[in-house]
Design a protein. Structure first.
Length: 121
């Protein structure tokens, strides 16, 4: 069991017993010492439990996935490049909603493409 979850269980227990948040902070600090959560985090979780929260698990995070380099995105980029080879990395990223760093990585590593300069005259 994660030590953070263990501490949240203790915070929930103290709140249900009727202890105040400051008493809970003192108890958590006494038990966990330097490994204890910050005062702000303890107060936050204390108030969540006081408001009726029952789960000690963290809420799922929102936002962009940790990695957008998927086989589907590689194929999407391959299709876009085959249609128009003159697109920039930035244009591809904006069109597909993929960070340009990932687009660049897919182009060079997965599709074996390198940067080509302007045509010589």
């Amino acid at each position: 069991m994660s030590e953070r979850i263990e501490q949240r269980i203790c915070i929930k227990f103290c709140q249900k017993l009727g202890h105040s948040s400051s008493e809970t902070i003192t108890m958590i600090r006494k038990v966990y010492g330097d490994e204890s959560m910050s005062n702000t985090q303890i107060k936050e979780w204390f108030n969540r439990f006081k408001s009726g929260r029952t789960s000690v698990e963290s809420d799922p995070s929102s936002g962009r996935p940790s990695s957008t380099k998927t086989p589907e995105n590689v194929e999407r980029i391959r299709t876009v490049i085959n249609e128009n080879r003159r697109l920039t990395v930035r244009e591809i990223g904006n069109d597909l909603g993929i960070p340009k760093t990932i687009v660049s990585e897919i182009l060079s590593k997965d599709l074996g493409m390198s940067r080509v300069g302007p045509p010589s005259r």
